[in-house]
Design a protein around this ligand. Structure first.
Ligand code: SF4
Length: 345
């Protein structure tokens, strides 16, 4: 673990150090500056492995404190950290974060949370959507990390949930997080006040078992979600990335059945569906990290979708997309009839 000079002075760093010590980690280096160093020189694979195994405690850059809209999930992206120690072969972070994939935890958590006030009532994504405006101003904490995956070392998610649950905001607010992990015990008794919606990121066994290294198995994620729902949290399923793998109908049917069995019938439940996509940049990074991956990233089998600034994304062709979408809409109505679908993308 690395601690930058500025981060060493912050109170949240003391909490992180206590957690790290309790976990038996002794390799902690206090850097003399704010520049991350000490990863050594090595080839690309070794550099990846070292970076993924490194947690750095840093003060967030000014860009992280200036919040950006994050459609379609939330009005604002609220970063508690940047990076994730898991090894998902399709990880969307590969295309959005440059450099070695170190996990940087933000030590200035108090300032980050205090900054939320300025954005309440200013949302233009979910706040502008009649079907979702009732959620209040929404803040998504899992765009650049898996906040529950690193929670045992950071405590940042629990602190954010308690803050959002008890702080007096100028209007209704919802904190959002999605995770491929299931260790929720430390969250169950927090004063969440129904203001945090946690979603389990779930998938068919053929996708999760093959491509989601270092994450919790599906039954553990679903059990965690069930426990959160029974503790009064609004919860959700992020079904992502959806892939038409061999036997996908049976595979996703089994997933939805398992979710229905794990959740109490009165859960406040939402569903978000995200099909697999990639960019030329993410494909290049992922293929360098996982050179033997069996993940299909063949531009010739995809349709091109252009973003605001002309950036290309490869998505499934329209007919395949329609087939998947129709099946999921029917299957969700049948298997999780009380769930509210937020979006399909
Ligand atoms: S858990 Fe999420 S953030 Fe972490 S490697 Fe997997 S996809 Fe990426």
């Amino acid at each position: 673990m690395l601690v930058t000079r500025s981060a060493a002075e912050r109170s949240h760093t003391r909490e992180i150090l206590a957690r790290v010590e309790a976990a038996g980690v002794t390799d902690v280096t206090f850097l003399r500056s704010d520049r991350i160093s000490g990863l050594g020189r090595s080839d690309e694979r070794a550099a990846y492995a070292r970076a993924k195994a490194t947690l750095a405690v840093v003060v967030s850059p000014p860009s992280a404190r200036k919040l950006e809209p994050i459609a379609p999930s939330a009005d604002w992206r609220l970063d508690l950290a940047r990076g994730c120690p898991a090894h998902c072969q399709y990880c969307y972070l590969a295309g959005s974060l440059g450099g070695p994939p170190i996990t940087r935890v933000y030590a200035d958590l108090d300032d980050i949370l205090a900054g939320m006030d300025a954005y309440v009532g200013q949302g233009t994504v979910t706040s502008a959507d009649a079907a979702r405006a009732g959620e209040g101003t929404t803040f998504e904490a899992s765009c650049y990390t898996d906040p529950l995956g690193i929670e045992p070392m950071t405590g940042s998610l629990a602190a954010a949930i308690a803050y959002v649950g008890t702080h007096s905001f100028a209007g209704p607010v919802q904190l959002r997080a999605t995770t491929k992990f299931g260790a929720v015990d430390a969250l169950l008794d927090l004063p969440h006040n129904g203001r945090t919606r946690i979603r389990a990121s779930v998938n068919a066994d053929a996708v999760a078992g093959r491509f989601e290294g270092g994450t919790d198995p599906m039954p553990v994620r679903l059990a965690g979600l069930g426990a959160l729902a029974r503790s009064g949290y609004p919860v959700g399923l992020t079904i992502a990335p959806i892939m038409p793998v061999d036997g996908w109908v049976e595979q996703y049917s089994a997933l939805l059945d398992a979710a229905a069995a794990a959740l109490p019938t009165n859960a406040d439940l939402t569903v978000e569906c995200i099909t697999h996509r990639f960019t030329p940049g993410s494909k290049e990074v992922l293929e360098s990290w996982y050179p033997r991956t069996k993940l299909e990233m063949d531009p010739d089998r995809r349709s091109r979708k252009y973003g605001k600034f002309g950036a290309v994304k490869y998505v499934y062709p329209a007919a395949e997309m329609r087939e998947l979408r129709t099946w999921f809409e029917n299957a969700l109505t049948e298997r999780l009839p009380t769930a509210r679908s937020l979006y399909w993308t």
